[in-house]
Design a protein around this ligand. Structure first.
Ligand code: HEC
Length: 152
């Protein structure tokens, strides 16, 4: 019993202490001239889908959920956001070159179709990102048309 209490005590103390390790949740300012949905003048409906399903990890407009404030979950959330932004950041779309835009559009189409994006674990807590089949078609058609017409 004594050891159990000790383990519990040290675990709780550890949990309490890691709460003091900060994660950076400050969003960089958004330049609307290069921000995807502004620069492309994305129709309202599609804009809502992209912002609701992709922008938390692929833009500088991340809205942090409550659970993102509790370590160690906060570390995992932040690492997904960092990684997501590194791969694709819609907030700086206008600064990408032609090749990068083309590959990001076709990768987006692929990942939306095969349901690897938005990340399945994220969908559980974000109903708006749980895209229906019709919404997936709407979004991929929009990206496909942009690719075809070279209006990226
Ligand atoms: C919860 C965070 C999260 C959300 C939401 C999310 N992504 Fe991602 N995305 C990631 C991470 C992390 C990676 C990099 C690791 C990987 O490929 O799994 C990634 C990778 C990608 C890539 C690959 C980029 C490359 O270099 O080829 C594409 C494309 C992409 N995401 C598109 C999207 C689109 C489109 C949406 C919305 C429909 C979306 N993602 C939503 C986290 C997210």
């Amino acid at each position: 019993m004594k050891t159990l209490k000790k383990i519990l005590f040290w675990s709780l103390l550890g949990f309490a202490l890691i709460q003091f390790i900060p994660t950076d949740k400050v969003n960089l300012p958004v330049d609307h001239k290069v921000n995807f949905v502004d620069a492309k003048n994305t129709p309202e409906k599609i804009r809502g889908l992209i912002k609701g399903a992709c922008y938390d990890c692929h833009s500088n407009e991340t809205v942090y959920p409550k659970y993102a404030y509790i370590a160690p979950i906060s570390w995992s959330v932040k690492s997904h956001i960092n990684e997501g932004r590194e791969h694709l950041n819609f907030s700086v779309w206008g600064t990408y070159n032609k090749e990068l835009k083309e590959s990001m559009l076709s990768n987006s189409i692929q990942t939306i179709q095969n349901k690897t994006m938005p990340m399945p674990a994220y969908i559980v807590y974000h109903k708006e990102a749980n895209l229906s089949e019709a919404e997936r078609v709407l979004l991929t058609t929009y990206f496909e048309e942009m690719l075809k017409s070279k209006t990226y």
